[in-house]
Design a protein around this ligand. Structure first.
Ligand SMILES: Cc1cc2nc3c(=O)[nH]c(=O)nc-3n(C[C@H](O)[C@H](O)[C@H](O)COP(=O)(O)O)c2cc1C
Length: 194
């Protein structure tokens, strides 16, 4: 697998901003049933092995799932405050649920689960997200959650970028570069005006 040309500036940004844990938080925008935007913060969980696909984890019961099933298009907006640069990655999302039959994707889902902390795993057994607040606080604690086998609510999301827009505020003038995936699956790289 060939690394896409935007991978090295993105790796550099992750490295330069590594002292700031929130540099792994990014905004993921999807489109709802009415064609309206829906945006939220998620955590970058690294790239799927041997691919240019970004891994994100989420709950099967969350609103975004139905949006993605109807329209898989998404855009990530990611700002690195130390190096003052933004990446916008546009592409399609692949949803990997407990029902997914592809062994490589199921393995990736399992690995993502195993890499979570106990408290992060627990969230997937909380009462339904987005519903009226559950009064019984015991519903938010559980003792027997496997660290090995993901619960059914646990989903892996993979974003396959087709367009990447990289803007660096540092520099006079600023630098901006557009990467586009071509029909022949190679990438074009074009510096553009900021
Ligand atoms: C710092 C931060 C990190 C978050 N990370 C995730 C995440 O990795 N996955 C996720 O589904 N939601 C994450 N959330 C919660 C989402 O922002 C959002 O509230 C939730 O996923 C429900 O979104 P939806 O109703 O659009 O599906 C995070 C929120 C914050 C503030």
């Amino acid at each position: 697998m060939l690394l896409a040309p935007w991978r090295s500036p993105l790796s550099r940004a992750l490295h330069r901003n590594r002292s700031q844990p929130y540099s792994r938080y990014l905004q993921l925008a999807t489109v709802d049933f009415q064609g309206l935007p829906a945006n939220r913060t998620v955590v970058f969980r690294g790239f799927l092995e041997n691919s240019n696909q970004l891994q994100i984890i989420t709950d099967a019961r969350s609103n975004k799932i139905a949006h993605i099933q109807a329209k898989p298009w998404a855009e990530i907006c990611w700002y690195f405050s130390k190096s003052r640069e933004q990446f916008r990655l546009f592409g399609k999302l692949i949803l990997v649920t407990a029902a997914d039959v592809k062994p490589t994707l199921q393995l990736a889902r399992q690995r993502a689960w195993q890499n979570l902390s106990d408290s992060a795993r627990l969230q997937f057994s909380w009462p339904n997200p987005g519903e009226k607040r559950t009064e019984n606080l015991e519903a938010f604690s559980s003792s027997d959650i496997s660290a090995k086998e993901p619960v059914n609510n646990f989903c892996l999301l993979l974003l396959t970028p087709e367009k990447v827009d990289h803007l660096e505020l540092k520099g006079e003038p600023q630098n901006r570069c557009l990467y586009l995936l071509q029909q022949d699956r190679t990438w074009s790289t074009q510096p553009i005006n900021p």
